[in-house]
Design a protein around this ligand. Structure first.
Ligand code: SF4
Length: 572
């Protein structure tokens, strides 16, 4: 506060009023937070001595701006509407364009800069044959949008990735090979991603793709139209009518946490990495456990209902990653969980208040409760029925400079067991190092302890909890409820429940080359059910089968095939 009052005295007073509960309408509240967030970023940069690195991150984010301007002013406004006849072929125009931009490692940026020189700016009078060049460039861009050779040449370019109409009856376009009735459905082979083993399969959107999504956003908070955050109303200004349903009958709730998405986007657009993270963490301090591959209620609520919405989860996860990749990024995240001046309430971890709470289940619900309760000064013990490995003491006691020193390859990482369904129910499409970050942030708090292998109702009962002196018990075990499907022989050999298979695979680490876990599968496997668990099982069983064969081969080569065979039973 004293730093802020020196830098911006009026802002400091506005912050004090905000904390004191002076009423603010949503727009004024957003304006205040948008004014505060860059100051907070500056303060944190000074505190950690990373001003230069932060400036470099900002410059890197802003370096994509020419591409976004090119998309807006040339591709969308002119090339997409180009109707004159084009006699040249794309390859001819492309060869001409290469002579104009010269050799480059980033062709998209070079084309964008060249186009902006032609269509904007003071350099125009110096350019020979300006009209001809403009025309050729527009023809090139028009063919890049419509001609198959052109489309291939700009595949993956943000400037040529345009929002598509949403077909709710065909959200994942599939075709049937040769239109045979019994042929399996398949997606466009160009969209297939090869998978080998259990390393992270999804590297997420690039920085440019994310800036493009951010530029696509309309920053609707300024007219209280940020339905991604507050939900899509049946009729604006008539809350009594409730929220809209989409054609699949999903209620368009927007983000359940009402994360300040529009404000986060605005800060990200200007390259304010830490400010954007702090803004998102006002309502979503456990942000590593949300975002890309986890949730998308925000996207469903976006104002773009008939065409692709803004890919908010990709932006959110990028905001986190950009901050984590700064020096001391892990510590900055950790600090913002415990101290975030943008929050009106709970902006600072409170001292112990004498209350003791037992939380049963350390999945997303359990660890989020643990965060909020410790923030309020409660002493929290978290238990989970599954084993939970302790974090190395050095991580708890020493500051961490580099995210890379915390991060482990998914196919080699220790299965900490922390995170419930997020640990054992999500496959390698999501980076589970984010769970380690949350675990670390909680485990460092003096008022938090964690015990694995303790099940409420088994190892410990409610009566035990009261006898041990707990004031409250929080039951956060929902997703782990074991289910047996009532189908005859559903537990016979060769049959497995999909969730049980995934859990066995994740928790034993059977996919790791070093694991001796005994999990045998044979292919072909038939997966019944096409929900998330079914799809995960279908992908994991194929990836695991290959690992299993490789592991057996290694054993045979190391021990000799006769030794391995001698130990197999009749069923093996
Ligand atoms: S994400 Fe969509 S709803 Fe949210 S602010 Fe941007 S355009 Fe508006």
């Amino acid at each position: 506060l004293s730093w802020l009052s020196r830098q911006a005295p009026t802002l400091s007073q506005r912050l004090l009023d905000y904390r004191a509960g002076v009423p603010l309408n949503p727009l004024d509240s957003s304006t205040l937070l948008l004014d505060l967030a860059p100051q907070l970023e500056r303060y944190i940069a000074e505190l950690f001595g990373i001003a230069a690195e932060l400036a470099a991150t900002r410059a890197a984010a802003l370096s994509h701006d020419p591409v976004l301007r090119f998309k807006e002013t040339v591709v969308l406004k002119q090339a997409r509407r180009y109707r004159k006849p084009i006699t040249a072929r794309f390859t001819e125009l492309d060869a001409w364009l290469s002579t104009q931009i010269g050799a480059t490692e980033d062709r998209e940026l070079a084309v964008a800069n060249y186009a902006l020189r032609l269509f904007e700016g003071a350099a125009q009078p110096e350019i020979d044959d300006l009209d001809t060049k403009r025309e050729r460039l527009l023809q090139w861009a028009a063919l890049a949008l419509t001609d198959s050779t052109g489309q291939t040449a700009v595949r993956g370019w943000s400037s040529f990735t345009l929002p598509q109409r949403i077909d709710h009856a065909n959200l994942v376009p599939l075709t049937q090979a040769d239109n045979e009735r019994l042929a399996p459905l398949q997606s466009d082979p160009a969209d297939l991603r090869r998978r080998d083993g259990f390393a992270l399969t999804d590297t997420r959107a690039t920085a440019r793709e994310v800036q493009s999504e951010v530029a696509y956003c309309k920053y609707c908070h300024d007219h209280e139209g940020d339905f991604c955050s507050i939900g899509f109303p049946e009729k604006k200004g008539k809350p009594e009518l409730g929220l809209k349903h989409d054609p699949l009958n999903n209620i368009l709730t927007g983000c359940p946490l009402e994360e300040k998405i529009s404000e986060m986007h605005l800060l990200k657009k200007d390259g304010h990495t830490i400010a954007a993270l702090a803004m998102a963490m006002v309502d979503n301090p456990m942000l590593p456990a949300t975002g890309h591959r986890i949730c998308n209620d925000c996207m469903k609520g976006c104002i773009y209902q008939k065409q692709d919405p803004v890919n908010i989860p990709q932006v959110e996860t990028r905001v986190l990653m950009d901050a984590l990749e700064l020096p001391w990024g892990v510590e900055i995240y950790d600090l913002l969980t415990r101290w975030n001046p943008l929050r009106r309430e709970q902006y600072l971890l409170q001292p112990y208040n004498g209350r003791k709470v037992l939380i049963a289940g350390l999945g997303p619900a359990g660890f989020t409760m643990a965060h909020h309760l410790t923030m309020e000064g409660c002493s929290v013990v978290g238990i989970d029925g599954l084993k939970i490995e302790p974090l190395p003491q050095t991580l708890l006691e020493q500051p961490i400079r580099d995210w890379s020193s915390l991060k482990e390859p998914l196919d080699e990482r220790i299965l900490y067991g922390f995170g419930g369904v997020a640990e054992y129910g999500i496959t390698v499409r999501w980076d589970k190092n984010f769970l380690k970050l949350i675990y670390l942030s909680l485990a460092r708090r003096q008022c938090f302890q964690v015990y694995g292998g303790v099940r409420l109702g088994g190892t410990i009962t409610l009566e035990d909890a009261w006898a041990l002196g707990f004031d409250h018990v929080c039951i956060a075990t929902g997703a782990g409820y074991p289910r047996v499907i009532h189908i005859g022989n559903s537990l016979a050999r060769g049959m497995r429940q999909a969730n049980d298979f995934l859990m066995a695979l994740q928790l034993t680490g059977a996919g790791k080359a070093s694991s001796l876990a005994n999990l045998q599968v044979r292919l072909p496997a038939v997966v019944i059910g096409g929900g998330l668990t079914g799809v995960d099982t279908a992908t994991e069983v194929q990836a695991y089968y290959i690992k299993q064969v490789e592991k057996i081969l290694l054993r045979c080569e190391t021990l000799g095939i006769d030794t391995v065979r001698a130990r197999l039973g009749p069923e093996d």
